[in-house]
Ligand binder design. Structure first.
Ligand code: NAD
Length: 435
């Protein structure tokens, strides 16, 4: 048996102010989640402090020439939360509300997610505080390239591999890959994932997160005796994640009865025509104005009669204000952090099963991992192979988490954290402390 050298527990100092749980929104939520898991970590708990401090935080100034001749400065971030299990991995978000606390939390949730599905990555995340809808295409490209150049000192195919997140897409990944490659002097496709297929991207990547949501959703439904083929589904956010998940549930026979996006909320008891709704969204940008559905208020969305609710838009959508009205038996978190801790407790008390983000939306990073592997070998798999491997990994990860939840009588969120934190801290212990 492997003998792990006994090591003295790391000395714990009080946390620097920017890591303080009381003031920092999403990061504070992450710290509370770690505290909840600590009692289940056994001997590995002595390393838990590792999880409470991101390994590396980079804040960068991103100045660009605007089309009107002025210069504007944007604030950008890249946080590598943990790299014990492998290079950092996580998306880049362009949004006007991006904060350091948010990026820190998202990077930490990436560490958990990557460990939960057992892909050989640590966790990282990046972002720029900007509303990209206010930029021209040229401004968006210059901002993306300057940001990539600034964070170029810490990213790389073996160091930290960005990917798309809110308001970033294949085109932005192509610009990031090109900028990094120009600075290196050679083409490095493996520096980002979520690229266009013609540029080293992977088949199936675009649908992967929604497919993962569907796959683990079906597994969870089985455990609570919920028949998917007759289930009623409500989806918030009908973009990359929600649109694909909604389509797959509809194909499995479920009735998608309500959909909400930034343009409003639509409802049809008999089930919406999902293929046509997807076409409508593609043509008009939102579900608003879709014929053959009733328009209901955004607030009413939370109380529509349904069996499965899929929040797949933004953070902190299910709150103490609406959790008491949710009628679903199963909530599948397609978005990152859509449920506040207070709402989590309310749903738990109401016996509504929550399939947490850190497992439910891990399909995207799983196929990102396949993309990275394919880039290294310059050998590309067909879509059936990708989907089959994705489904296998998601089912295995779900099954392990379900078992831990049963054994410890904890929520699936806490169970996922137990599985993931043990994996991360085990590698921490095996590697030992440098020097
Ligand atoms: P997207 O931009 O494709 O879609 C976002 C959707 O949310 C759109 O339908 C938009 O209209 C809707 N939306 C925006 N503001 C809203 C509001 N105020 N109320 C209701 N709906 C609103 O984004 P996406 O890639 O589908 O990401 C959605 C969520 O899933 C995010 O939390 C993201 O971090 C998470 N996620 C995405 C991936 C991925 O691979 N794309 C992977 C893991 C997690």
């Amino acid at each position: 048996m492997l003998q792990v050298p006994s090591t003295t527990a790391p000395t714990v100092h009080s946390l620097p102010s920017y890591l303080n749980a009381d003031h920092l929104g999403p990061w504070g939520i992450f710290l509370k989640q770690v505290d909840r898991v600590e009692p289940y970590l056994g001997n590995l708990a002595r390393w838990v402090e590792t999880l409470k401090r991101p390994k590396r935080i980079l804040v960068v100034d991103v100045p660009i020439h605007m089309d009107d001749g002025t210069v504007r400065h944007f604030e950008g971030y890249r946080v590598q939360h943990n790299t014990s299990r492998g290079p950092g991995k996580g998306g880049v978000r362009f949004h006007q509300d991006v904060t350091l606390s948010e990026v820190m939390a998202l990077s930490a949730w990436m560490s958990i997610k990557n460990a939960a599905v057992n892909v050989p990555y640590g966790g990282a995340k990046g972002g720029i505080r900007v509303d990209p809808k206010t930029l021209s295409r040229g401004e968006l490209e210059r901002m993306t390239r300057r940001y990539t150049s600034e964070i170029g000192i810490i990213i790389g195919p073996n160091k930290d591999i960005p990917a798309p997140d809110v308001n970033t897409n294949e085109q932005i990944m192509a610009w990031m890959m090109d900028t990094y490659s120009m600075n290196q002097g050679s083409t490095a496709t493996g520096v980002v994932t979520g690229k266009p297929v013609d540029l080293g991207g992977s088949l199936g990547r675009r649908e992967a997160t929604g497919r993962g949501v569907f796959t683990v959703g079906v597994e969870a439904a089985k455990h609570i005796g919920l028949e998917v083929s007759t289930a009623r589904v409500a989806v918030q956010g009908f973009g990359n994640v929600g649109g694909v998940a909604g389509k797959l549930f509809a194909e499995a026979g479920a009735r998608v009865v309500a959909v909400q996006d930034h343009g409003g909320t639509i409802y049809r008891e008999a089930g919406l025509d999902v293929p046509n709704l997807l076409k409508h969204v593609q043509a008009t940008g939102s579900v608003g104005g879709f014929e053959g559905a009733e328009v209901i208020s955004n607030d009413k969305f939370w109380e529509v009669p349904c069996d499965i609710l899929i929040p797949a838009a933004l953070e902190q959508q299910i709150t103490a204000a609406n959790a008491g009205r949710i009628q679903a038996r199963l909530v599948i978190e397609g978005a990152n952090g859509p449920t506040t801790p207070e709402a989590d407790d309310i749903l738990h008390e109401r016996n509504i099963l929550v399939l947490p983000d850190v497992i439910a939306n891990a399909g995207g990073v799983t196929v990102s991992y396949f993309e990275w592997v394919q880039d290294f070998s310059s050998f590309f798999w067909d879509e059936d192979e990708i989907n089959a491997r994705l489904v296998r990994i998601m089912k295995e990860a779900f099954s392990a988490v379900w078992q831990v939840a049963q054994d410890n009588k904890v929520s699936l969120r806490t169970a996922t954290f137990i599985v993931a934190c043990k994996r991360i801290l085990h590698t921490r212990e095996l590697r030992g402390l440098y020097p």
